[in-house]
Design a protein around this ligand. Structure first.
Ligand code: GDP
Length: 364
């Protein structure tokens, strides 16, 4: 195109020859969208998952996490078809308060596990995202070295739903990962509340990461969490923190001796290590290997898995029943009405509840 500015009349002004502008829409987008949107049948998902195709595994996990009914029905079919190939991994729950060094430790533990061969999946349960719309496990780059390993699959916590819902999705993701050949599964959680119980009910070994404090570190920990632990490890045992860590180790050992023997028949151990400087990682792993060998031999490993399956069946029924009840528009209206009556003390809460339930069951 000729620019009049380039004629002699406009001295001092010139327009350079332009370059053609790239189209504002990436011409490959359509092709890529097609590729991304590719929807497989349940059988195709399973076939690819069984081949260890991580991209398809991720897509299937996204289906599990989806709220859409049509995604859920495919997801449930995929899970059912993967079940016969599942169950062959060692599942390890890892908990600890924020700052205890979970990410750093999982990075180090993960590399240690992968050095021995096999494949590792790292899943998480972080129910905080539901309540605060933020996450405790954090958005920072986590597990930097591990995330670059071909044999590692790292998936953050499903974010939507109640703790029960989030935990169920993670439980289902374990099945898919196992069918994809992952033989070690880590399930990480924040050590601040209810989520430990959920994790405990889906793993074979439960590892509690602790820090050495001022000597009264035992006070801050809920007894229930300590009772669930098959191993307690005190992190950051490095530099001039080693002495304190050893002291904490002695405290925890003493405290554990006061607890009754766990049903596994395994006396939980207390070790110190440093995730950052990678000191004592081998010992932590030896403890886990020893535990697994011990409970496989005495039959507890299989017994616990059967118990866990029963637990998940009843949890799922509870969750679905509750969801069905609260989704019912008639019930929602009735609930609002009855709440008013109860607030004004015109009806007792028990009678109100009974009438709502009666109405629900009559209309079934
Ligand atoms: P998370 O919140 O439990 O995931 O903890 P992070 O892994 O993010 O660690 C919290 C902080 O502790 C970071 O600044 C780490 O560098 C530091 N940290 C983690 N492990 C160790 C360790 O073994 N020794 C020391 N000295 N610092 C560590």
């Amino acid at each position: 195109m000729e620019h009049i500015e380039n004629s002699g009349k406009y001295a001092g002004l010139s327009v350079n020859k332009g370059v053609s502008q790239p189209p504002s829409v990436n011409p490959y987008l359509a092709a890529r969208m097609k590729c991304r949107r590719q929807e497989y049948s349940a059988a195709e998902y399973v076939e690819q998952i069984r081949k260890g195709n991580i991209t398809v595994l991720s897509q299937a996990v996204t289906l599990i996490e989806s709220q859409l009914a049509e995604h859920q029905s495919v997801a449930q079919e995929v899970i059912a078809k993967c079940l016969p190939y599942a169950g062959k991994s060692v599942r390890i729950g890892i908990t600890g308060v924020p700052g205890s060094g979970k990410s750093t430790s999982i990075d180090a533990f993960g590399l240690h596990v992968l050095q021995r061969g096999g494949k590792l999946a790292v899943l998480a349960i972080d129910p905080s995202s539901e309540r605060s719309k933020g996450s405790i496990l954090g958005d920072k780059t986590r597990m930097e070295r591990l995330s670059q390993q071909k044999e590692a699959f790292i998936r953050p916590s499903p974010s939507a739903g109640s703790l029960g819902g989030v935990a169920r999705k993670t439980r289902e993701t374990i099945i898919l990962c196992e069918a994809a050949g992952f033989d070690t599964i880590f399930v990480e959680t924040v050590g601040v509340g209810q989520s430990e119980t959920a994790v405990h009910s889906m793993v074979d070994f439960f590892l509690l990461i602790q820090l050495a404090g001022t000597g009264d570190e035992l006070q801050g920990i809920k007894r229930g969490i300590m009772e669930m632990a098959d191993g307690i490890v005190i992190n950051k045992a490095d530099g001039n923190n080693i002495e304190k860590a050893k002291l904490a180790q002695a405290h925890f050992r003493n405290a554990l001796h006061l607890f009754p023997m766990p049903p596994s028949g395994w006396q939980p151990q207390v070790l110190t290590y440093s995730g950052y400087y990678e000191i004592g990682i081998g010992e932590v792993w030896k403890m886990i290997d020893d535990y697994i060998a011990f409970v496989k031999k005495n039959g507890y490993f299989d017994r616990k898995r059967v118990e866990q399956s029963k637990y998940w069946m009843s949890e799922t029924i509870d969750e679905q029943l509750r969801a069905h009840f609260y989704r019912n528009p008639h019930i929602a209206r009735l609930l609002a009405e009855k709440e008013e009556l109860v607030l004004r003390s015109e009806q007792s809460p028990f009678l109100a509840a009974q009438e709502i339930l009666d109405s629900y069951f009559e209309n079934k």
